[in-house]
Each structure stands twice: as structure tokens, then as C-alpha cells.
Design a protein around this ligand. Structure first.
Ligand code: SAH
Length: 254
């Protein structure tokens, strides 16, 4: 066995590739380990399964197609927040959602639900394009999980209509909706009155904002409108700031 290299990222393999204390790493990940980083048999690498397990693995066989190894130790939920945050950002054009998924995975989001709102400029519905996007976002989330040294891979849900996500709000202890309405509270105010939330849903609107009728409907579902300050932020900036504020107030950013 050789000493562990430092500093490196975690490597990812899906849970079904881990059996009887043996780990199999394939595809881009084994290529990267063998060809790019030139790892050798006997070296120790950190491997995460995206379910919160981080293994110390000693390489027993390595080629660009497949890396095999034996598990030495396992830690649970390393670097994972105690609070579960689901971010539901409105779909936006281009690759902005990639950037939201990348940054918010790094910060500590546990699930993403892209939403279609009245003013979403994208109309994907359930086409192949939507499927392609979801698998691309999953790749972005895997890369961000590895690089931020997380052990949990955020789930990327299928695109939902705004109305559908509102129906899901009872599954959460708290739903915040980022809104520029004058009656919006600061996130701190919301957490001052209670901060024992375990499951939080965050809704962020598209470039054109939520419509008054969407905001009205959201209130019927007991969502809380929150302000992110007097400046109008782009939707991707609003997502990053909202997640950061919530995790800060939950004591997860220090
Ligand atoms: N054109 C819209 C602004 C949309 S900004 C309007 O003038 O109303 C895109 C989304 O980011 C908004 O729907 C909201 O969810 C969020 N957002 C941006 N800046 C914000 C702020 N200062 N406070 C709260 N939410 C904000």
C-alpha cells in the first residue's frame, strides 16, 4: 500500500458498483484516474457513492476502462449539511441552469426541481430535450459534488409545472419564495422566529419574475415570500444568494 496523494478530489462510483467491500469504477472516472492522474495499483483514493458514503479504497487493478479496489474505511455524510434543501429554480434559457446546479451543489443543496412558470422563456415539457437536459445536469451535479468534497449527490427531479410544485409544499417544513414584492420578509426574519426546519423548499422565479397570480396561489399554499435585498438579481444569482442565506442561518456555512 502506498501513501495517499494530497490534495485531490473525491472520485465517484454509483452504489450498485460497490459490493462486498469491493469497488468498481468505470467510464470517464476510471479514464481520469488511470490516464490523466496516472494512479497506480496500491495507491489509496477517496471514493463517494452519492448516497452519503465516503470510502477509502486501495487500488487493486487499474486500467483506463476499469479501476478495482478494496474498501479500507467508510465515513457517513462527511461535509453534508444537517438540513435538507430542495431548490426549485424557474427554467431559464441557455446554460444558466447548469451554473445554478453547479454552484448550489457546491454550497449544499440536496435536490433540484426545475420549474416551468408562466414567464419561463423555455417550453420543454416532456420532450427528449428535457431528458437530455436532465442527464446533463446530473453530470454537472456529479462534478460539483466531487470537487466540493461532498458525499451526497443531489437528486435532479424532472421538470415540474409551478402548480405541481405548490402541491408538493406540504412535504416540506418550510417553503420560501424569492419575490420582489414589498411585503417580502428578510430570510433572517423568517429564521428568527423558528429555525428547527429539517426540510426546506426554495422557489426562485424566471427573468420575467413570478406573475401576481402565481404569487397569490403560492400564498394559498402557505409559502413565505422572502426578499434578497433592494437590488433586482438575475435568477441564477438569486438562487445562489437564497441558498447561501438559508444555509448560513442554519449554521452550515462556518
Ligand atoms: N423582472 C422581474 C425580476 C425577476 S428577477 C421583476 O421585475 O419582478 C428573477 C427572480 O429572482 C425573481 O422572480 C425572484 O424569484 C428572484 N429575485 C431577484 N432579485 C430578488 C430580490 N432582490 N429579492 C427577492 N427575490 C429576488
Amino acid at each position: 500500500m502506498q501513501p495517499e496523494r494530497k490534495p485531490i478530489t473525491n472520485f465517484y462510483t454509483p452504489p450498485e458498483k460497490i459490493k462486498n467491500d469491493r469497488v468498481l469504477i468505470e467510464g470517464e472516472e476510471s479514464f481520469h484516474l488511470a490516464k490523466v492522474l496516472k494512479f497506480n495499483k496500491g495507491e489509496i483514493i477517496p471514493v463517494v457513492d452519492g448516497l452519503g458514503n465516503k470510502y477509502k479504497v486501495v487500488i487493486s487493478n487499474i486500467s483506463k476502462k476499469c479501476v478495482e479496489g478494496d474498501i479500507l474505511t467508510c465515513v457517513r455524510k462527511e461535509n453534508e449539511p444537517l438540513v435538507n434543501i430542495t431548490l426549485a429554480p424557474a427554467l431559464s434559457a441557455g446554460t444558466k441552469m447548469d451554473s445554478v446546479i453547479e454552484k448550489c451543489t457546491e454550497i449544499g443543496v440536496n435536490a433540484f426541481i426545475p420549474i416551468l412558470t408562466d414567464k419561463s422563456l423555455v417550453k420543454l415539457e416532456k420532450t427528449n430535450k428535457a431528458q437530455n437536459k436532465t442527464s446533463r445536469w446530473r453530470k454537472v451535479a456529479i462534478a460539483a459534488m466531487k470537487q466540493s468534497l461532498r458525499s451526497y449527490l443531489p437528486k435532479i427531479h424532472e421538470i415540474m409545472e409551478f402548480e405541481q410544485i405548490l402541491q408538493k409544499t406540504p412535504e416540506y417544513d418550510l417553503t420560501l419564495i424569492a419575490s420582489l414584492e414589498p411585503q417580502s420578509k428578510s430570510v433572517r426574519e423568517v429564521f428568527n422566529s423558528q429555525n428547527k426546519y429539517k426540510n426546506i423548499l426554495l422557489l426562485v422565479g424566471p427573468e420575467g419574475g413570478f406573475t401576481p397570480s402565481e404569487l397569490e396561489k403560492a400564498r394559498e399554499y402557505k409559502t413565505v415570500s422572502v426578499s434578497l435585498g433592494p437590488r433586482r438579481l438575475r435568477t441564477e444569482t438569486a438562487s445562489i444568494i437564497l441558498v447561501s442565506q438559508v444555509l448560513t442561518l442554519c449554521g452550515e456555512m462556518s
